[in-house]
Design a protein. Structure first.
Length: 383
C-alpha cells in the first residue's frame, strides 16, 4: 500500500493555525517599536554601521586570526578616519560660521527692507484685510526676528526631528559603539542560534530566505552610503562655485542626511540659502544654490541609484512613495528611515512565500473529477 501523500494527511487550510502566531508577532514588533523607541534608533544606526564595517572586519580577521581583535582594529580605524576628517574640516567651518554670525544683523536688516518693498508692490493686488495681516507680520519680524526663528525651531522639534530628543541623542551616541562592537563580534553566532531554532525540514529554505534578506540589506545600506558620499561631494563642489559659506559642512550634512529620502535635500537647501543670504547673495546666486541641489538630486535618482543600488530592491516608485508616507505618519523620522529597507525585505519575503505556495501540495494537487449532477443526467437521458 502506497504511503499517504502530504495532501491527504494535511487539511487544505492547515496553514491557518499559524495566523494567530503571526498576529501576535506583529503586535510584539509594534509594541517594541513604541516602547523601545529610545534604543531603537541607536540600534538601527548600529546595524547600518555593522553592514558597512563588516568587509573590513573580514580583512583584519584574515590577518590577525582573531575575531575580537579584528573588530577592535576596525573600530579604531573608523574612529581615526572620522577624527582626521573633523580635525581637517572643523577649523575652517568654525571660522566661516563666526563670520556668518557677524553678518547676521546686516542680513536681517536687508531682509526687513526687502519685505517692506514686497509689501509695497503687493498693495495694488491684495485686499486691505490681507495687507493688514501681512504688515503686522512684517512689523513683528522687524521688532523681534527671533520670534520667527523660534517658531521654525518649534516646528522642526515637533515634526521631523521630534523622534530624537537631546537626551536620547546623547544616549544613542554613547551606546552605538558598544552595539556595533557586539554586533560585529557575535553576528555569526546570532545567525547560528536563530537557524538552530528552525525545524530541520525547513532549515534550508529558512537559511536561503535569511541570505536573501541580508544581501538586500547589505546592498542597499552600502549603496546608500556610497551615494551619500558622492552627493556630498557634488553638493560641496556646487556650493563652492557659488561662494556659499560653510560649503564643505553643508555638503557633508546634506549628503549624510540624504540617506533618509528627501531629508538631505531639504536640510541642505535651507542651510545653503540661509548662509548665502547672510553673505549678501543676489537672487542669481540664490537661484544657483537651488539649482545645485536640483541637479545633484537628478544625478542621484537617474544615474547613481540605478548603477550602484541597481535592481536589488526593484521597487516601483509609487510603492516607495506610498511607503514613505505611511511609515512617516506611523513612526515619524524612524519610519521614513526604515521605509525603503522594510519594503525591500517585504518584497523578498513575498517572493519567497509565492515560490513556496506554487510548489506546495495545496497548489500542485491534481483536480478532482466532479461528478455530474442528477439534473444534468436526467436531461441527458430524456434527450
Amino acid at each position: 500500500m502506497d504511503p499517504l501523500s502530504t495532501s491527504q494527511v494535511r487539511p487544505p487550510f492547515w496553514w491557518a493555525r499559524w495566523v494567530p502566531a503571526a498576529l501576535l508577532a506583529v503586535v510584539f514588533v509594534a509594541f517594541t517599536i513604541v516602547v523601545g523607541s529610545t534604543v531603537l534608533v541607536p540600534l538601527v544606526v548600529s546595524l547600518a554601521l555593522t553592514f558597512m564595517l563588516e568587509p573590513l572586519v573580514e580583512r583584519f580577521a584574515l590577518a590577525v586570526r582573531s575575531r575580537g581583535l579584528a573588530v577592535l582594529l576596525t573600530l579604531l580605524t573608523a574612529a581615526a578616519l572620522a577624527s582626521l576628517v573633523l580635525i581637517v574640516l572643523l577649523p575652517g567651518i568654525w571660522r566661516q560660521f563666526g563670520e556668518s554670525i557677524e553678518k547676521l544683523p546686516l542680513a536681517l536688516r536687508a531682509a526687513s527692507e526687502w519685505l517692506e518693498h514686497l509689501v509695497t508692490l503687493l498693495q495694488q493686488r491684495l485686499s486691505p484685510r490681507v495687507l493688514a495681516r501681512l504688515q503686522a507680520a512684517v512689523d513683528e519680524f522687524q521688532r523681534d526676528p527671533s520670534v520667527l526663528l523660534s517658531r521654525i525651531g518649534q516646528w522642526l522639534g515637533a515634526g521631523l526631528f521630534g523622534l530624537v530628543s537631546i537626551g536620547s541623542g546623547l544616549f544613542g551616541l554613547l551606546i552605538v559603539p558598544f552595539f556595533v562592537y557586539y554586533l560585529l563580534l557575535d553576528m555569526g553566532r546570532l545567525r547560528q542560534l536563530f537557524e538552530a531554532r528552525i525545524p530541520a525540514r525547513h532549515r534550508r529554505a529558512g537559511s536561503r530566505l535569511l541570505d536573501e534578506i541580508a544581501d538586500v540589506m547589505r546592498g542597499y545600506i552600502r549603496g546608500r552610503f556610497l551615494i551619500a558620499l558622492i552627493t556630498a561631494i557634488l553638493y560641496a563642489a556646487g556650493l563652492l562655485i557659488f561662494r556659499v559659506p560653510l560649503w564643505a559642512a553643508i555638503g557633508a550634512i546634506a549628503g549624510l542626511l540624504g540617506i533618509i529620502p528627501y531629508l538631505g535635500v531639504l536640510a541642505g537647501v535651507v542651510l545653503a540659502l540661509g548662509f548665502a543670504a547672510l553673505d549678501g547673495a543676489s537672487l542669481v546666486r540664490l537661484g544657483g544654490v537651488v539649482g545645485v541641489f536640483i541637479v545633484a538630486q537628478l544625478i542621484e535618482d537617474y544615474l547613481l541609484m540605478p548603477r550602484i543600488v541597481g535592481n536589488r530592491l526593484a521597487l516601483h516608485p509609487m510603492v516607495v512613495f506610498i511607503g514613505l508616507i505611511v511609515m512617516g505618519n506611523l513612526f515619524g523620522l524612524l519610519g521614513i528611515l526604515l521605509a525603503i529597507p522594510m519594503l525591500g525585505i517585504a518584497r523578498v519575503v513575498l517572493r519567497f512565500l509565492d515560490e513556496w505556495y506554487l510548489n506546495s501540495d495545496f497548489y500542485l494537487a491534481p483536480a478532482e473529477r466532479i461528478a455530474p449532477s442528477p439534473i444534468v443526467e436526467e436531461r441527458h437521458d430524456s434527450g
